[in-house]
Design a protein around this ligand. Structure first.
Ligand SMILES: [Zn+2]
Length: 75
């Protein structure tokens, strides 16, 4: 699915906050419909936070909820 490749490519820019509102909305819509891409997004987002905080052992469950809410609010 070409849409998936495009979304995953833009995922990194999304996480870096380098996309326009239109681009984010586009990704947002795809993530709503495509659980594999949403899982990839979750993984990347968590990975970045873990690496940033350097606390590999403690990725709280609340983080997953926060990401989900952030995605919702971004849409
Ligand atoms: Zn997809």
């Amino acid at each position: 699915m070409a849409e998936c490749n495009e979304t995953l490519r833009e995922l990194y820019q999304f996480l870096d906050g380098e996309l326009t509102d239109a681009d984010r909305h586009h990704i947002q819509q795809h993530l709503d419909d495509c659980s594999p891409c949403l899982a990839a997004f979750d993984f990347e987002a968590e990975l970045r936070l873990v690496v940033r905080n350097r606390c590999v052992d403690t990725v709280p469950d609340a983080l997953r909820d926060r990401i989900a809410r952030a995605i919702e609010e971004a849409g």
